[in-house]
Ligand binder design. Sequence first.
Ligand code: GLC
Length: 415
Amino acid sequence: MTAPTDWFVHDRFGLFVHFGIYSAGARHEWLKKRETFTTEGYQKYFDHFDPDLYDPQLWARDARAAGMKYAVITTKHHDGFCLFDSALTEYKATNTPYGKDIIAEYVEAFRVEGLKVGFYHSVIDWHHEDYTRDPVHPQSDDDAFWERPREIANYREYLHGQVRELLSNYGKIDIMWFDFTPPTKTKDDWGSEALAAMVRELQPGIILNDRIAFPESADFVTPEQYQPKEWPTRDGERVVWEACQTLNGSWGYHRDNLDWKSPEMLVQMLVDSVSKGGNVLLNVGPTGRGEFEPDARAILAEIGEWTRVHGRSIYGATAADGVEAPVDCRYTQRGDRLYLHVFNWPMRHVHLPGMAGRIEYAQLLHDGSEVFVQDSDPHAQAQNTAMPGHEGVTTIELPIQRPDVLVPVVELFLK
Ligand code: GLC
């Protein structure tokens, strides 16, 4: 059982938000595991969690201006902390100094800004007393910790109960994004079949990702922090997919990590995804005060300046079947227009394989300025030689000056 994904495939670009008490630690959302914190030791982040500058409307505006059309936020990450006012736990935002339901505010603000809303929810839980041992747990090496018996059935009931809350109490939700199944856990631990059925019953039309070890229920697959080499397939059929990417390698706020990807690289990733029929979910980890940090905002703004002008090659576009992209380029296609994304600006000419007689008109997309196309190789012609392999090649002539945009695009109108 799956859901229609038309809007998702059209929209192509979303915001991922990793926010939680780890944002106060400011050194990656896995710090409880990485530093083998006990729940008591980790309590200081709960006790001091007060994102007083949290204003989801500002997040939503930044996302919209970046060209993002939907968002997915952590409702609970692996540490078990809940950003929503769950009746099933005391370990939640409403019991921190902040005192409010972060998820309710998020849903409202993003809807107002016209973005679709999704929930990330960790099926892993490093806080729940009945969660059973696995290698990613912070206490995985501590035998004494596991002496007390634990009942995964109790945890499973909690997991299902919280998903029921999330999908009953916040209106329409567009995406459910579960994360993830460690090697020693199975779909039976999560009750994945019943879980997926409940998700669909409570929110008909919601689309569901692929991380509960039950691929039959997935509407899309989620390569993480890499770009697949081609459009992924299952049993020979192309699948809907979304690459999730970070700005600096960390999902949660990481103060001292300055490994920022350039806006150019990030736009190239978005283009690369669309050229292979996929989406990008780009993450921001807000600070402990609840803001997007200045570097993240600046990157989003630059991406937004690109998408503002080049949206035609992204939204509603997909892989261009049957045409081979020139070296250092990516094609996307929307109807009878082909978009040539030039990652590495060449000296004057780009040769387009297999396009002879197919192009009616061509222009640079950022300013709508004509570029000349000819079904021959101008160099070979000038020297009156026959360049082997260049017979009938299609050539476009670009200006020497690279356009001052993150990724220049040539819009090709097909005959
Ligand atoms: C992971 C990590 C994580 C992050 C996520 C995003 O599997 O555990 O911290 O939330 O993927 O895709």
